[in-house]
Ligand binder design. Structure first.
Ligand code: URA
Length: 187
């Protein structure tokens, strides 16, 4: 049977495939426009996201909203998801087995959304979706065409909060995304 957002939300919502289900408050599925041509992918829920069930609602999320605004986007125009749907304790990096256990959900989100552009927010998403050897400091802003999609990565908003000196580079990445959206008439 063909997949649907309703089916996927139900299947994912019941997930107990890894140990993160034991410590999560809320599974954070994803949010936004379910027919958007642009998908932003973060790493995994933090404390606020775990409590509220929505991606990027804490301090990093406020910065992501500003980043979206800079390129004339907002949460209603894009889709936002994470590599792992449940919060890793104390915000540690998700473990390889947690990422693997969670892979089906983002895969099905991408299959339903069919985004033209996928923006990886930070190293963890870029390693998973672009290249396992991805180096964010060297390779952010580059583009990879694969299976009809254009993939790129920029710094994670949390990294930009920790190191505001990286913001001009992230701004360049965002301008390139806006340029591509315009060129391909995706606005
Ligand atoms: N960081 C992420 O990678 N994702 C969120 O949803 C929140 C913070």
């Amino acid at each position: 049977m063909a997949d649907s957002w309703a089916q996927l939300k139900q299947d994912c919502g019941a997930c107990r495939r890894c140990a993160l289900c034991q410590t999560r408050h809320t599974l954070v599925f994803g949010v936004g426009n379910e027919s958007s041509p642009i998908l932003f992918v973060g790493e995994g829920p933090g404390e606020q996201e775990d409590l509220r069930g929505e991606p990027f609602v804490g301090p990093a999320g406020q910065l992501l909203d500003t980043m979206l605004e800079l390129i004339d986007l907002d949460r209603k125009k894009v889709y936002i998801a994470n590599i792992v749907k449940c919060r890793p304790p104390r915000n540690r990096d998700p473990l390889p087995e947690e990422i693997a256990a969670c892979g089906e959900w983002l895969g099905r989100q991408i299959a339903l959304l069919q985004p033209r552009i996928v923006v990886c927010l930070g190293r963890i998403a870029a390693k998973e979706l672009i290249d396992p050897d991805f180096r964010i400091t060297r390779e952010h802003g580059l583009w990879l065409e694969r299976d009809g999609r254009a993939y790129t990565a920029t710094y994670h908003p949390s990294a930009l909060l920790r190191d505001p000196g990286k913001r001009p580079e992230a701004f360049e990445d965002l301008r390139a995304i806006r340029q591509r959206l315009r060129e391909e008439n995706l606005y």
